[in-house]
Design a protein around this ligand. Structure first.
Ligand code: NAD
Length: 257
Protein backbone atom coordinates (compact mmCIF):
# COMPACT_ATOMS: atom_id res chain seq x y z
CA UNK A 1 0.00 0.00 0.00
CA UNK A 2 1.40 3.43 -0.98
CA UNK A 3 1.61 5.88 1.91
CA UNK A 4 -0.63 8.50 0.37
CA UNK A 5 -3.00 11.15 1.68
CA UNK A 6 -4.44 14.22 0.00
CA UNK A 7 -6.47 17.04 1.51
CA UNK A 8 -10.15 16.70 0.62
CA UNK A 9 -12.08 19.46 -1.15
CA UNK A 10 -14.15 20.47 1.84
CA UNK A 11 -14.60 23.44 4.14
CA UNK A 12 -16.15 21.31 6.87
CA UNK A 13 -15.05 22.65 10.26
CA UNK A 14 -13.75 25.95 8.83
CA UNK A 15 -14.93 29.35 10.06
CA UNK A 16 -15.96 31.59 7.20
CA UNK A 17 -17.13 35.17 6.75
CA UNK A 18 -18.87 36.20 3.53
CA UNK A 19 -19.11 39.94 2.91
CA UNK A 20 -22.07 40.65 0.61
CA UNK A 21 -23.28 37.24 1.73
CA UNK A 22 -27.00 37.88 2.02
CA UNK A 23 -27.88 37.86 -1.69
CA UNK A 24 -26.75 36.59 -5.06
CA UNK A 25 -23.43 34.81 -5.45
CA UNK A 26 -22.26 35.62 -1.90
CA UNK A 27 -25.39 34.09 -0.38
CA UNK A 28 -24.97 30.94 -2.50
CA UNK A 29 -21.38 30.65 -1.23
CA UNK A 30 -22.47 31.23 2.39
CA UNK A 31 -25.17 28.56 2.17
CA UNK A 32 -22.89 26.20 0.24
CA UNK A 33 -20.23 26.50 2.95
CA UNK A 34 -22.88 25.90 5.65
CA UNK A 35 -24.14 22.79 3.80
CA UNK A 36 -20.56 21.53 3.83
CA UNK A 37 -20.30 21.97 7.61
CA UNK A 38 -18.50 25.32 7.91
CA UNK A 39 -19.56 27.89 10.49
CA UNK A 40 -20.49 30.97 8.48
CA UNK A 41 -21.22 34.64 9.09
CA UNK A 42 -22.98 36.21 6.09
CA UNK A 43 -23.06 39.95 6.23
CA UNK A 44 -24.27 43.00 4.31
CA UNK A 45 -25.72 46.42 5.18
CA UNK A 46 -29.29 45.24 5.80
CA UNK A 47 -30.15 43.87 9.25
CA UNK A 48 -33.24 42.17 7.84
CA UNK A 49 -31.27 40.34 5.15
CA UNK A 50 -28.55 39.38 7.65
CA UNK A 51 -31.22 37.85 9.90
CA UNK A 52 -32.86 35.96 6.99
CA UNK A 53 -29.58 34.43 5.78
CA UNK A 54 -28.42 33.66 9.34
CA UNK A 55 -31.62 31.64 9.85
CA UNK A 56 -30.88 29.72 6.62
CA UNK A 57 -27.36 29.01 7.86
CA UNK A 58 -28.62 27.82 11.27
CA UNK A 59 -31.09 25.51 9.51
CA UNK A 60 -28.04 23.68 8.17
CA UNK A 61 -26.86 22.87 11.71
CA UNK A 62 -23.79 25.12 11.90
CA UNK A 63 -22.85 28.21 13.91
CA UNK A 64 -23.39 31.77 12.73
CA UNK A 65 -23.71 35.30 14.10
CA UNK A 66 -25.78 38.29 13.05
CA UNK A 67 -23.84 41.43 12.17
CA UNK A 68 -24.21 44.12 9.51
CA UNK A 69 -21.34 45.89 7.76
CA UNK A 70 -20.64 48.48 5.12
CA UNK A 71 -17.40 47.93 3.20
CA UNK A 72 -16.96 51.67 2.79
CA UNK A 73 -16.43 51.84 6.57
CA UNK A 74 -13.30 50.06 7.84
CA UNK A 75 -14.61 50.20 11.42
CA UNK A 76 -17.69 48.16 10.56
CA UNK A 77 -15.50 45.44 9.00
CA UNK A 78 -13.37 45.37 12.15
CA UNK A 79 -16.58 44.88 14.13
CA UNK A 80 -17.45 41.86 11.93
CA UNK A 81 -13.96 40.46 12.54
CA UNK A 82 -14.38 40.86 16.32
CA UNK A 83 -17.78 39.16 16.13
CA UNK A 84 -16.25 36.25 14.20
CA UNK A 85 -13.43 35.92 16.72
CA UNK A 86 -15.84 36.08 19.70
CA UNK A 87 -18.63 33.91 18.29
CA UNK A 88 -16.81 31.44 16.00
CA UNK A 89 -13.40 31.47 17.69
CA UNK A 90 -11.55 32.86 14.66
CA UNK A 91 -11.64 33.18 10.87
CA UNK A 92 -10.24 30.70 8.32
CA UNK A 93 -11.91 31.88 5.10
CA UNK A 94 -13.08 35.34 4.03
CA UNK A 95 -15.05 35.94 0.82
CA UNK A 96 -15.43 39.51 -0.50
CA UNK A 97 -18.57 39.33 -2.66
CA UNK A 98 -19.96 42.84 -2.25
CA UNK A 99 -20.96 44.53 -5.48
CA UNK A 100 -21.65 47.97 -6.94
CA UNK A 101 -22.27 48.96 -10.54
CA UNK A 102 -22.92 52.13 -12.48
CA UNK A 103 -23.75 52.27 -16.20
CA UNK A 104 -22.20 55.33 -17.84
CA UNK A 105 -19.83 55.82 -20.72
CA UNK A 106 -16.15 56.64 -20.32
CA UNK A 107 -16.93 60.20 -21.42
CA UNK A 108 -19.91 60.74 -19.17
CA UNK A 109 -19.13 59.05 -15.88
CA UNK A 110 -18.93 61.57 -13.03
CA UNK A 111 -16.44 61.59 -10.18
CA UNK A 112 -19.31 60.79 -7.85
CA UNK A 113 -20.39 57.63 -9.73
CA UNK A 114 -16.80 56.50 -10.29
CA UNK A 115 -16.03 56.92 -6.59
CA UNK A 116 -19.22 55.11 -5.53
CA UNK A 117 -18.33 52.01 -7.59
CA UNK A 118 -14.64 51.87 -6.79
CA UNK A 119 -15.19 52.58 -3.10
CA UNK A 120 -17.34 49.45 -2.76
CA UNK A 121 -15.84 47.15 -5.39
CA UNK A 122 -12.11 47.91 -5.12
CA UNK A 123 -11.40 49.84 -1.91
CA UNK A 124 -13.94 47.56 -0.24
CA UNK A 125 -11.85 44.51 -1.16
CA UNK A 126 -8.75 46.21 0.25
CA UNK A 127 -10.58 47.05 3.50
CA UNK A 128 -11.84 43.46 3.83
CA UNK A 129 -8.28 42.13 3.49
CA UNK A 130 -6.90 44.72 5.92
CA UNK A 131 -9.61 43.99 8.49
CA UNK A 132 -9.45 40.18 8.43
CA UNK A 133 -5.86 39.22 7.64
CA UNK A 134 -4.63 40.07 11.17
CA UNK A 135 -7.17 37.61 12.64
CA UNK A 136 -6.38 34.73 10.27
CA UNK A 137 -4.01 31.95 11.23
CA UNK A 138 -1.71 29.87 9.09
CA UNK A 139 -3.77 28.21 6.33
CA UNK A 140 -6.17 31.14 5.99
CA UNK A 141 -7.81 31.81 2.64
CA UNK A 142 -9.13 35.08 1.22
CA UNK A 143 -11.36 34.86 -1.86
CA UNK A 144 -12.18 38.05 -3.78
CA UNK A 145 -15.02 38.02 -6.28
CA UNK A 146 -13.87 39.68 -9.49
CA UNK A 147 -15.61 39.53 -12.88
CA UNK A 148 -14.99 38.52 -16.46
CA UNK A 149 -15.10 42.25 -17.22
CA UNK A 150 -11.59 42.52 -15.75
CA UNK A 151 -10.46 40.67 -18.91
CA UNK A 152 -13.17 41.42 -21.46
CA UNK A 153 -14.55 44.93 -21.68
CA UNK A 154 -18.22 45.71 -21.98
CA UNK A 155 -19.47 49.16 -22.97
CA UNK A 156 -20.66 51.61 -20.33
CA UNK A 157 -19.05 49.92 -17.33
CA UNK A 158 -15.76 51.85 -17.00
CA UNK A 159 -15.68 52.14 -13.21
CA UNK A 160 -16.79 48.54 -12.65
CA UNK A 161 -14.26 47.27 -15.20
CA UNK A 162 -11.44 49.30 -13.68
CA UNK A 163 -12.42 48.22 -10.17
CA UNK A 164 -12.42 44.53 -11.11
CA UNK A 165 -9.07 44.88 -12.90
CA UNK A 166 -7.84 46.43 -9.67
CA UNK A 167 -9.29 43.58 -7.62
CA UNK A 168 -7.30 41.06 -9.64
CA UNK A 169 -4.06 43.05 -9.34
CA UNK A 170 -4.69 43.58 -5.62
CA UNK A 171 -5.35 39.84 -5.25
CA UNK A 172 -1.89 39.10 -6.66
CA UNK A 173 -0.26 41.86 -4.57
CA UNK A 174 -1.80 40.65 -1.33
CA UNK A 175 -1.11 36.98 -2.20
CA UNK A 176 2.56 37.92 -2.39
CA UNK A 177 2.62 39.89 0.85
CA UNK A 178 0.45 37.61 2.97
CA UNK A 179 2.30 34.43 1.98
CA UNK A 180 2.99 31.91 3.32
CA UNK A 181 0.34 32.06 6.07
CA UNK A 182 -2.64 33.35 4.08
CA UNK A 183 -3.55 32.50 0.50
CA UNK A 184 -5.40 35.08 -1.59
CA UNK A 185 -7.26 34.18 -4.79
CA UNK A 186 -10.09 35.57 -6.88
CA UNK A 187 -13.04 34.09 -8.72
CA UNK A 188 -14.04 35.83 -11.96
CA UNK A 189 -17.60 34.83 -12.89
CA UNK A 190 -19.07 35.40 -16.32
CA UNK A 191 -22.84 35.83 -16.64
CA UNK A 192 -24.56 34.50 -13.54
CA UNK A 193 -28.30 34.54 -12.88
CA UNK A 194 -29.13 35.99 -9.47
CA UNK A 195 -32.47 37.15 -8.06
CA UNK A 196 -31.36 40.75 -8.79
CA UNK A 197 -30.62 40.30 -12.48
CA UNK A 198 -33.12 37.55 -13.34
CA UNK A 199 -35.14 40.00 -15.46
CA UNK A 200 -32.14 41.36 -17.36
CA UNK A 201 -31.02 37.86 -18.30
CA UNK A 202 -34.51 36.38 -18.68
CA UNK A 203 -34.88 33.69 -21.30
CA UNK A 204 -36.14 35.00 -24.62
CA UNK A 205 -34.54 38.44 -24.25
CA UNK A 206 -32.11 39.54 -26.95
CA UNK A 207 -29.35 39.93 -24.39
CA UNK A 208 -29.79 36.37 -23.13
CA UNK A 209 -29.85 34.93 -26.65
CA UNK A 210 -26.61 36.72 -27.55
CA UNK A 211 -24.89 35.44 -24.42
CA UNK A 212 -26.12 31.86 -24.87
CA UNK A 213 -25.03 31.82 -28.50
CA UNK A 214 -21.56 33.17 -27.72
CA UNK A 215 -20.93 30.82 -24.75
CA UNK A 216 -19.45 27.39 -25.54
CA UNK A 217 -21.56 25.80 -22.79
CA UNK A 218 -24.58 27.49 -24.39
CA UNK A 219 -26.11 29.18 -21.34
CA UNK A 220 -25.62 31.52 -18.40
CA UNK A 221 -24.61 30.16 -14.96
CA UNK A 222 -26.76 29.54 -11.92
CA UNK A 223 -25.24 31.19 -8.86
CA UNK A 224 -24.75 27.75 -7.25
CA UNK A 225 -22.24 26.97 -10.01
CA UNK A 226 -19.79 29.48 -8.48
CA UNK A 227 -19.82 27.72 -5.10
CA UNK A 228 -17.60 24.74 -5.97
CA UNK A 229 -14.65 26.97 -6.82
CA UNK A 230 -15.09 28.89 -3.56
CA UNK A 231 -15.15 25.62 -1.59
CA UNK A 232 -12.00 24.49 -3.39
CA UNK A 233 -10.18 27.80 -2.75
CA UNK A 234 -11.35 27.80 0.88
CA UNK A 235 -10.30 24.19 1.46
CA UNK A 236 -6.89 22.69 2.20
CA UNK A 237 -7.07 20.99 -1.21
CA UNK A 238 -5.89 24.32 -2.69
CA UNK A 239 -3.00 24.66 -0.23
CA UNK A 240 -0.51 25.51 -3.03
CA UNK A 241 -2.80 27.91 -4.92
CA UNK A 242 -2.37 31.63 -4.33
CA UNK A 243 -2.56 34.79 -6.44
CA UNK A 244 -4.75 32.89 -8.91
CA UNK A 245 -7.84 34.08 -10.78
CA UNK A 246 -10.37 31.30 -11.38
CA UNK A 247 -12.61 32.19 -14.33
CA UNK A 248 -16.07 30.60 -14.34
CA UNK A 249 -17.72 31.61 -17.61
CA UNK A 250 -18.77 28.51 -19.53
CA UNK A 251 -15.81 29.05 -21.85
CA UNK A 252 -16.87 32.57 -22.93
CA UNK A 253 -13.53 34.36 -22.57
CA UNK A 254 -11.48 31.79 -24.42
CA UNK A 255 -13.65 31.24 -27.46
CA UNK A 256 -13.89 33.30 -30.64
CA UNK A 257 -16.99 32.30 -32.63
N1 NAD B 1 -24.11 38.20 -11.21
C1 NAD B 1 -23.18 38.23 -12.15
O1 NAD B 1 -23.43 37.95 -13.33
C2 NAD B 1 -21.77 38.60 -11.78
C3 NAD B 1 -20.78 38.42 -12.76
C4 NAD B 1 -19.47 38.73 -12.43
C5 NAD B 1 -19.14 39.20 -11.19
N2 NAD B 1 -20.11 39.38 -10.26
C6 NAD B 1 -19.69 39.85 -8.94
O2 NAD B 1 -20.17 38.97 -7.96
C7 NAD B 1 -20.32 39.68 -6.72
C8 NAD B 1 -21.72 39.44 -6.19
O3 NAD B 1 -22.64 40.01 -7.10
P1 NAD B 1 -24.14 39.47 -7.26
O4 NAD B 1 -24.42 39.37 -8.71
O5 NAD B 1 -24.34 38.31 -6.38
O6 NAD B 1 -24.95 40.76 -6.76
P2 NAD B 1 -25.84 41.05 -5.47
O7 NAD B 1 -26.32 42.45 -5.62
O8 NAD B 1 -26.85 39.96 -5.29
O9 NAD B 1 -24.80 40.95 -4.27
C9 NAD B 1 -24.01 42.02 -3.86
C10 NAD B 1 -24.02 42.08 -2.34
O10 NAD B 1 -23.17 43.15 -1.93
C11 NAD B 1 -23.80 43.84 -0.87
N3 NAD B 1 -23.27 45.18 -0.79
C12 NAD B 1 -23.40 46.19 -1.70
N4 NAD B 1 -22.81 47.31 -1.25
C13 NAD B 1 -22.28 47.00 -0.04
C14 NAD B 1 -21.54 47.74 0.93
N5 NAD B 1 -21.24 49.03 0.76
N6 NAD B 1 -21.15 47.11 2.06
C15 NAD B 1 -21.45 45.80 2.26
N7 NAD B 1 -22.16 45.04 1.39
C16 NAD B 1 -22.56 45.65 0.26
C17 NAD B 1 -25.28 43.78 -1.23
O11 NAD B 1 -26.10 44.03 -0.12
C18 NAD B 1 -25.40 42.34 -1.73
O12 NAD B 1 -25.58 41.46 -0.64
C19 NAD B 1 -20.03 41.15 -7.02
O13 NAD B 1 -18.69 41.44 -6.70
C20 NAD B 1 -20.22 41.22 -8.53
O14 NAD B 1 -19.49 42.28 -9.10
C21 NAD B 1 -21.42 39.08 -10.51
Amino acid sequence: MVDYQHSPVTVSGKRAVVIGGTSGIGQAIALGFAEEGADVIATSRSEEKVNETAAEIEDRGVETARVTCDVTDAGSLEAVRETAVDELGGVDVVVASQGAISRESVQDISDEDWDFVTDVALDGVRRVTQAFAPAMDEGGSIINISSLTARLSMANLPAYTAAKGGVEAFTRASAKELSPDIRVNAIAPGFVITPQNAETYAEGTEKRERIDERTPLGRVAEREEIVGAAIYLGSDASSFVTGEIVTIDGGFADSAF
